[in-house]
Design a protein around this ligand. Sequence first.
Ligand code: GLN
Length: 300
Amino acid sequence: MTDTGTEKNKTYREALLWGEKKLAEAGIQEAGSDAWLLFSYVLKISRAQYYLKEKEEMPKKEDRWFRQLLEQRCQRIPLQQITGEQEFMGFPFQVNEHVLIPRQETELLVEEAVKRYSFGRILDLCTGSGCIMISTLKLLAKKGFPPLCGVGSDLSEEALKIARKNAGLLAQEEQEQKLSFTFVQGDLFEPVTGTFGMILSNPPYIKSSEIPHLMKEVREFEPMMALDGKEDGLYFYRKILSQASAYLETEGWLLVEIGYDQGEAVKELFLNAGFMEIEIRKDYAGLDRIVSGKWKGLKQ
Ligand code: GLN
């Protein structure tokens, strides 16, 4: 009898190990953990439940589905695009190929925003999945702030669909009825009106010349427009800093995420635009990651 590895019913354990091997053979770095995440996604089981039935037969339907997902991962489709979800600040965000997958280092931007916020509406430029704005507002609501209003802008209508969906799914809890979200399509401030107590952004900041060196998962499957910061990677910071003061109330904050080597250049842009109390925060790898500054209303 020939065993093709697909016809005979495998046990749960055999199926998981087979998946791990497939991913490792395809050169996926985190083969073990990715195989488990896809496996548990298909079967909706925890590790503990798995150990209870690892020797039982894996149902054929789920085995087929698991193999389809492994196949996608072997082609380097990011795990989060396969499962459609990424956790950020402890909240489950929906993602697809139209939005940047929320990154752990971006959580620092939210932390710094929550620390500094004191009044007014919040604007998030290049909102993507909406992860920054939605989690900032949720955390501020938990801290007891009065009704909060967030505006997210993005050039991509497809991204805004996901942001709106996330806002609808994640701001359901009763005490959060006082959160209001508006998503507008356009280039940075272009579709935005009024003033804000805080502006946040994680704009595209990778130099165009570095894009070909990114991991295949990122370079081929994440939206290029969410990554490419043009020639020197600073294009969007220049645009944001040239207009931010017109949209900030006096004593309002601007916070942006930056690339590890952009701290000094972006700080300079904040200084030249007339911002005060400028700080660079490092991430847990010790790299410059967030630049923040206060607008004191002292234009140039
Ligand atoms: N604001 C979104 C995030 O941080 C998207 C950022 C982007 O598209 N550059 O995940």
